[in-house]
Write a protein that binds this ligand. Sequence first.
Ligand code: F6P
Length: 325
Amino acid sequence: MQEAKKFRRIGVLTSGGDAPGMNAAVRAVTRTALARGVEVMGIYNGYNGLINGEMKLLDARDVSDILQRGGTMLYTARCLDFKTEEGMARAIEACRENKIDGIVACGGDGTFRGALDLTRRGVPCVAIPCTIDNDISSTDYSIGYDTAVNTVIQMVDRLADTCQSHLRCSVVEVMGRAAGHIAADAGTATGACAIAVGELPVDMDKIVARVKACKEAGRHHFIVMVSEGAGVTQELTAKIEKETGIETRATVLGHVQRGGTPTVRDRVIATRMGHKAVDLLLEGRSNLVVAMRKDDITAVDIEEALRMTKSVDRSLIEMNEEISF
Ligand code: F6P
């Protein structure tokens, strides 16, 4: 097998914020490579582990029973050293010493930049998009999003129960960094009275009016979904309570959104992307991010992927406004 001669050993790492489904991707990368006669070095703690030589060869059993687990068995980190010339030189040297011919890097934009730098210095890399934020422009879907958004709606359904009992309002802040995809989808899926995201101007008076209108329409619970990027959670909570007279609580869901067993969507897409990443490397292709377009798994040049932008689905927010009263 010509491919196996060129790639005798590949590395796999997870970097940046963890996302449910990362383990499924690591498993798919490992098993695909092993099935093609290529060894797999599991690199721990993201690019830190590459710099510090924290790695071990993985066999098929090392990745047993991880498909269904959240988090990442390889651990993860955000690595500042990797951005320095010295750190990069140590990483290249570690690849040479450990006979790593190429790397599959799972993570978000920061991970892609690391993969780009490594590829430019002669270590072929393919990246797999993993982030609950679903803000990676080159792909319709990033691993972890479906699980996260399902976790959010479970939590919000519970909040709605207690709001219902007390005739209260809950302002729920969800993750997403600057992106409002989680807020838009989870707000729609829970019938929130209003959805506020950082990408669009937040009109707090309008949100107050919507909560009032929901009360007048006979609603007994009032959920206002806010993305962390909107940056208005506390101010909006105080304003709603003051101007509507409805007792209002803020709930910041936080890191609970990043954990938990991955959904079928995350497991299947992670498996397909992991398989594809190894295919690409062994075909001699690199400097790519695996991407999902419609239902196809394809790949995009990393530089191009980093240049692209993705916008929040404004029509979803507007539709929710029209029907949630
Ligand atoms: O990118 C994933 C994410 O969970 C964002 O939604 C959030 O803003 C950020 O990471 C939190 O980062 P940390 O885990 O470092 O607090």
